[in-house]
Design a protein around this ligand. Structure first.
Ligand code: SAM
Length: 274
Protein backbone atom coordinates (compact mmCIF):
# COMPACT_ATOMS: atom_id res chain seq x y z
CA UNK A 1 0.00 0.00 0.00
CA UNK A 2 2.70 2.53 1.12
CA UNK A 3 4.80 1.52 -1.88
CA UNK A 4 1.86 1.98 -4.30
CA UNK A 5 1.12 5.44 -2.93
CA UNK A 6 4.78 6.48 -3.14
CA UNK A 7 4.87 5.24 -6.78
CA UNK A 8 1.72 7.24 -7.55
CA UNK A 9 3.15 10.32 -5.85
CA UNK A 10 6.36 10.00 -7.88
CA UNK A 11 4.38 9.74 -11.13
CA UNK A 12 2.36 12.84 -10.20
CA UNK A 13 5.49 14.70 -9.17
CA UNK A 14 7.26 13.95 -12.47
CA UNK A 15 4.12 14.95 -14.37
CA UNK A 16 3.99 18.26 -12.45
CA UNK A 17 7.68 18.93 -13.08
CA UNK A 18 7.18 18.29 -16.78
CA UNK A 19 4.15 20.60 -17.03
CA UNK A 20 5.61 23.46 -14.99
CA UNK A 21 9.32 23.34 -15.86
CA UNK A 22 9.34 21.43 -19.18
CA UNK A 23 11.85 18.85 -17.87
CA UNK A 24 10.72 15.36 -18.74
CA UNK A 25 11.88 12.60 -16.39
CA UNK A 26 8.83 10.39 -17.02
CA UNK A 27 10.84 7.94 -19.14
CA UNK A 28 13.75 7.50 -16.75
CA UNK A 29 14.28 3.93 -15.47
CA UNK A 30 11.89 3.47 -12.53
CA UNK A 31 14.08 1.78 -9.92
CA UNK A 32 16.90 4.28 -10.33
CA UNK A 33 14.74 7.44 -10.33
CA UNK A 34 12.82 6.18 -7.33
CA UNK A 35 16.07 5.61 -5.47
CA UNK A 36 17.32 9.09 -6.34
CA UNK A 37 14.02 10.79 -5.44
CA UNK A 38 13.73 8.93 -2.13
CA UNK A 39 17.21 10.12 -1.24
CA UNK A 40 16.32 13.69 -2.26
CA UNK A 41 13.12 13.56 -0.15
CA UNK A 42 15.04 12.39 2.93
CA UNK A 43 17.44 15.36 2.54
CA UNK A 44 14.73 17.90 1.68
CA UNK A 45 12.92 17.98 4.99
CA UNK A 46 9.52 17.17 3.42
CA UNK A 47 7.63 14.16 4.86
CA UNK A 48 6.12 12.87 1.62
CA UNK A 49 6.33 13.54 -2.12
CA UNK A 50 2.83 15.02 -1.98
CA UNK A 51 3.97 17.50 0.63
CA UNK A 52 7.00 18.41 -1.49
CA UNK A 53 4.87 18.78 -4.62
CA UNK A 54 3.18 22.10 -3.85
CA UNK A 55 6.49 23.82 -2.96
CA UNK A 56 8.24 22.20 -5.88
CA UNK A 57 5.77 23.55 -8.40
CA UNK A 58 5.97 27.10 -7.04
CA UNK A 59 9.60 27.48 -6.05
CA UNK A 60 12.28 27.12 -8.72
CA UNK A 61 15.02 26.71 -6.10
CA UNK A 62 13.31 23.55 -4.83
CA UNK A 63 13.11 22.28 -8.41
CA UNK A 64 16.84 23.00 -8.93
CA UNK A 65 17.66 20.93 -5.85
CA UNK A 66 15.49 18.11 -7.21
CA UNK A 67 17.27 18.32 -10.57
CA UNK A 68 20.64 18.07 -8.84
CA UNK A 69 19.33 15.08 -6.86
CA UNK A 70 18.01 13.23 -9.92
CA UNK A 71 21.05 13.46 -12.16
CA UNK A 72 24.10 11.31 -11.53
CA UNK A 73 27.09 13.45 -12.48
CA UNK A 74 29.94 11.08 -11.68
CA UNK A 75 32.69 11.26 -14.28
CA UNK A 76 36.47 11.14 -14.59
CA UNK A 77 39.35 12.02 -16.89
CA UNK A 78 40.06 9.24 -19.41
CA UNK A 79 37.25 7.13 -17.95
CA UNK A 80 37.65 3.56 -19.24
CA UNK A 81 41.20 4.09 -20.54
CA UNK A 82 40.88 1.21 -23.04
CA UNK A 83 38.09 3.17 -24.75
CA UNK A 84 40.36 6.20 -25.24
CA UNK A 85 43.16 3.94 -26.49
CA UNK A 86 40.86 2.60 -29.23
CA UNK A 87 39.80 6.16 -30.11
CA UNK A 88 43.46 7.14 -30.38
CA UNK A 89 44.51 4.12 -32.42
CA UNK A 90 41.45 3.35 -34.55
CA UNK A 91 39.21 6.44 -34.73
CA UNK A 92 41.79 9.24 -35.05
CA UNK A 93 43.16 7.88 -38.39
CA UNK A 94 39.67 8.42 -39.87
CA UNK A 95 39.25 11.82 -38.21
CA UNK A 96 42.57 12.96 -39.72
CA UNK A 97 41.10 12.59 -43.20
CA UNK A 98 38.71 15.51 -42.56
CA UNK A 99 39.81 19.15 -42.74
CA UNK A 100 37.74 19.95 -39.64
CA UNK A 101 36.12 17.67 -37.06
CA UNK A 102 32.92 18.26 -35.04
CA UNK A 103 32.23 16.27 -31.89
CA UNK A 104 29.19 16.20 -29.57
CA UNK A 105 29.51 15.02 -25.96
CA UNK A 106 25.90 14.45 -24.84
CA UNK A 107 25.62 14.26 -21.03
CA UNK A 108 29.09 15.69 -20.40
CA UNK A 109 28.62 16.32 -16.64
CA UNK A 110 31.56 18.40 -15.33
CA UNK A 111 33.45 18.15 -18.62
CA UNK A 112 36.22 15.60 -17.90
CA UNK A 113 35.31 13.48 -20.94
CA UNK A 114 35.51 16.47 -23.30
CA UNK A 115 38.80 17.65 -21.77
CA UNK A 116 40.23 14.13 -22.13
CA UNK A 117 39.25 14.10 -25.80
CA UNK A 118 40.80 17.55 -26.31
CA UNK A 119 44.11 16.30 -24.83
CA UNK A 120 44.00 13.25 -27.08
CA UNK A 121 43.27 15.28 -30.24
CA UNK A 122 45.99 17.80 -29.44
CA UNK A 123 48.52 14.99 -28.96
CA UNK A 124 47.44 13.40 -32.23
CA UNK A 125 48.08 16.58 -34.19
CA UNK A 126 44.46 17.68 -34.62
CA UNK A 127 44.90 20.89 -32.62
CA UNK A 128 43.02 23.81 -34.22
CA UNK A 129 41.02 21.43 -36.42
CA UNK A 130 38.17 20.48 -34.11
CA UNK A 131 35.19 21.94 -32.27
CA UNK A 132 33.38 20.14 -29.46
CA UNK A 133 29.86 20.71 -28.23
CA UNK A 134 29.57 19.41 -24.67
CA UNK A 135 26.01 19.42 -23.37
CA UNK A 136 24.09 18.44 -20.26
CA UNK A 137 20.65 18.89 -18.73
CA UNK A 138 22.15 20.13 -15.46
CA UNK A 139 23.32 23.75 -15.67
CA UNK A 140 25.16 23.62 -12.34
CA UNK A 141 27.55 20.95 -13.66
CA UNK A 142 27.95 22.85 -16.94
CA UNK A 143 29.06 25.89 -14.98
CA UNK A 144 31.79 23.79 -13.33
CA UNK A 145 32.73 22.28 -16.68
CA UNK A 146 33.22 25.72 -18.20
CA UNK A 147 35.51 26.76 -15.34
CA UNK A 148 37.73 23.74 -16.06
CA UNK A 149 38.24 22.89 -12.41
CA UNK A 150 39.14 19.30 -11.57
CA UNK A 151 39.36 17.98 -7.99
CA UNK A 152 43.08 17.76 -7.20
CA UNK A 153 42.48 14.76 -4.93
CA UNK A 154 41.67 12.72 -8.07
CA UNK A 155 44.82 13.61 -9.98
CA UNK A 156 46.75 10.42 -9.24
CA UNK A 157 43.90 8.26 -10.48
CA UNK A 158 43.40 10.47 -13.56
CA UNK A 159 47.14 10.35 -14.31
CA UNK A 160 47.02 6.53 -14.24
CA UNK A 161 43.97 6.58 -16.56
CA UNK A 162 45.79 8.92 -18.95
CA UNK A 163 48.86 6.69 -19.06
CA UNK A 164 46.77 3.54 -19.61
CA UNK A 165 44.92 5.27 -22.44
CA UNK A 166 48.18 5.71 -24.37
CA UNK A 167 48.89 9.32 -23.32
CA UNK A 168 52.05 10.62 -24.96
CA UNK A 169 53.12 13.36 -22.61
CA UNK A 170 53.03 14.12 -18.90
CA UNK A 171 49.49 14.57 -17.59
CA UNK A 172 50.71 17.41 -15.35
CA UNK A 173 51.35 19.49 -18.52
CA UNK A 174 47.59 19.90 -18.93
CA UNK A 175 46.65 21.59 -15.67
CA UNK A 176 47.87 24.08 -13.11
CA UNK A 177 47.52 23.15 -9.45
CA UNK A 178 46.12 25.87 -7.18
CA UNK A 179 45.56 24.95 -3.52
CA UNK A 180 42.93 22.18 -3.55
CA UNK A 181 42.07 22.58 -7.24
CA UNK A 182 43.54 21.78 -10.62
CA UNK A 183 42.65 24.14 -13.48
CA UNK A 184 42.64 22.76 -16.99
CA UNK A 185 44.98 24.53 -19.44
CA UNK A 186 43.15 27.32 -21.34
CA UNK A 187 44.19 25.96 -24.77
CA UNK A 188 42.13 22.82 -24.04
CA UNK A 189 39.07 24.92 -23.24
CA UNK A 190 39.06 27.18 -26.27
CA UNK A 191 37.59 24.64 -28.71
CA UNK A 192 34.83 23.39 -26.41
CA UNK A 193 31.38 24.97 -26.24
CA UNK A 194 29.49 23.95 -23.08
CA UNK A 195 25.72 24.36 -23.46
CA UNK A 196 22.46 23.14 -21.91
CA UNK A 197 20.64 20.44 -23.87
CA UNK A 198 17.98 17.97 -22.78
CA UNK A 199 18.05 14.59 -24.53
CA UNK A 200 14.40 13.98 -23.61
CA UNK A 201 13.03 17.09 -25.32
CA UNK A 202 15.60 18.94 -27.45
CA UNK A 203 16.70 18.57 -31.08
CA UNK A 204 19.79 17.16 -32.79
CA UNK A 205 23.15 18.82 -33.55
CA UNK A 206 24.07 18.93 -37.24
CA UNK A 207 26.85 17.20 -39.19
CA UNK A 208 28.87 15.61 -36.38
CA UNK A 209 31.84 13.33 -37.05
CA UNK A 210 31.58 11.83 -33.60
CA UNK A 211 28.91 11.65 -30.90
CA UNK A 212 29.73 10.43 -27.40
CA UNK A 213 26.92 9.58 -25.01
CA UNK A 214 28.52 7.43 -22.34
CA UNK A 215 26.89 6.38 -19.09
CA UNK A 216 23.77 8.49 -19.66
CA UNK A 217 21.20 6.21 -21.32
CA UNK A 218 21.61 3.55 -18.60
CA UNK A 219 19.24 5.76 -16.58
CA UNK A 220 16.57 5.81 -19.32
CA UNK A 221 13.68 3.49 -20.27
CA UNK A 222 13.67 1.86 -23.72
CA UNK A 223 11.53 4.54 -25.44
CA UNK A 224 13.80 7.36 -24.31
CA UNK A 225 16.90 5.39 -25.33
CA UNK A 226 15.38 5.03 -28.83
CA UNK A 227 14.70 8.78 -28.94
CA UNK A 228 18.33 9.51 -28.08
CA UNK A 229 19.69 7.04 -30.62
CA UNK A 230 17.52 8.62 -33.34
CA UNK A 231 18.83 12.03 -32.34
CA UNK A 232 22.44 10.82 -32.55
CA UNK A 233 21.80 9.10 -35.88
CA UNK A 234 20.37 12.31 -37.37
CA UNK A 235 23.31 14.27 -35.98
CA UNK A 236 26.01 11.99 -37.38
CA UNK A 237 27.47 12.19 -40.87
CA UNK A 238 27.78 8.87 -42.74
CA UNK A 239 31.07 7.30 -41.61
CA UNK A 240 30.74 9.09 -38.23
CA UNK A 241 31.31 7.43 -34.86
CA UNK A 242 28.82 6.83 -32.07
CA UNK A 243 30.43 6.07 -28.69
CA UNK A 244 28.42 4.55 -25.85
CA UNK A 245 29.31 3.54 -22.28
CA UNK A 246 30.67 0.08 -21.58
CA UNK A 247 27.29 -1.09 -20.22
CA UNK A 248 25.41 0.21 -23.27
CA UNK A 249 25.03 -1.37 -26.70
CA UNK A 250 23.35 -0.95 -30.07
CA UNK A 251 22.45 -4.65 -30.14
CA UNK A 252 18.68 -5.20 -30.40
CA UNK A 253 18.19 -1.53 -31.18
CA UNK A 254 16.25 -0.44 -34.26
CA UNK A 255 19.21 1.53 -35.60
CA UNK A 256 21.75 -1.21 -34.87
CA UNK A 257 21.97 -2.50 -38.44
CA UNK A 258 23.07 0.90 -39.73
CA UNK A 259 26.18 0.73 -37.59
CA UNK A 260 29.23 -1.49 -37.33
CA UNK A 261 31.16 -1.93 -34.07
CA UNK A 262 34.76 -0.85 -34.59
CA UNK A 263 36.34 -3.41 -32.26
CA UNK A 264 34.48 -6.12 -30.28
CA UNK A 265 32.91 -4.72 -27.10
CA UNK A 266 34.49 -1.30 -27.70
CA UNK A 267 31.03 0.33 -27.82
CA UNK A 268 32.35 2.51 -30.64
CA UNK A 269 30.04 2.20 -33.63
CA UNK A 270 30.67 3.52 -37.12
CA UNK A 271 27.69 4.69 -39.16
CA UNK A 272 27.54 2.94 -42.53
CA UNK A 273 27.54 4.98 -45.74
CA UNK A 274 24.37 3.25 -47.06
C1 SAM B 1 27.10 9.68 -15.19
S1 SAM B 1 27.19 11.23 -16.05
C2 SAM B 1 28.16 10.75 -17.47
C3 SAM B 1 29.27 11.73 -17.76
C4 SAM B 1 30.24 11.32 -18.88
N1 SAM B 1 29.54 11.14 -20.14
C5 SAM B 1 31.01 10.08 -18.50
O1 SAM B 1 30.74 9.02 -19.05
O2 SAM B 1 31.88 10.17 -17.63
C6 SAM B 1 25.53 11.36 -16.74
C7 SAM B 1 25.17 12.79 -17.15
O3 SAM B 1 23.98 12.76 -17.94
C8 SAM B 1 23.24 13.92 -17.66
N2 SAM B 1 21.83 13.74 -18.07
C9 SAM B 1 20.85 13.05 -17.44
N3 SAM B 1 19.69 13.17 -18.10
C10 SAM B 1 19.95 13.95 -19.19
C11 SAM B 1 19.15 14.46 -20.25
N4 SAM B 1 17.84 14.18 -20.33
N5 SAM B 1 19.73 15.24 -21.19
C12 SAM B 1 21.07 15.55 -21.12
N6 SAM B 1 21.86 15.11 -20.12
C13 SAM B 1 21.32 14.32 -19.17
C14 SAM B 1 23.42 14.10 -16.16
O4 SAM B 1 23.13 15.43 -15.75
C15 SAM B 1 24.87 13.69 -15.96
O5 SAM B 1 25.72 14.81 -15.95
Amino acid sequence: MGEDIANLEIRLLLEGVHQVYGYDFRDYAEASIRRRLTHWLAESGFETFSEAQSRLLRDRAVFESLLAGITVNVTEMFRDPAFFRIVREQVVPFLRTYPFVKIWHAGCATGEEAYSMAILLEEEGLGGRYRMYATDINEAVLQKAGEGVIPITEMQRFTRNYQKSGGKSSFADYYTARYDRAIVAPELRKNIVFAPHNLATDAEFGEMHMVLCRNVMIYFKAALKERCLKLFDTSLLPGGFLCLGLKETLENRKLGERYEELAPSSRIYRKRYV
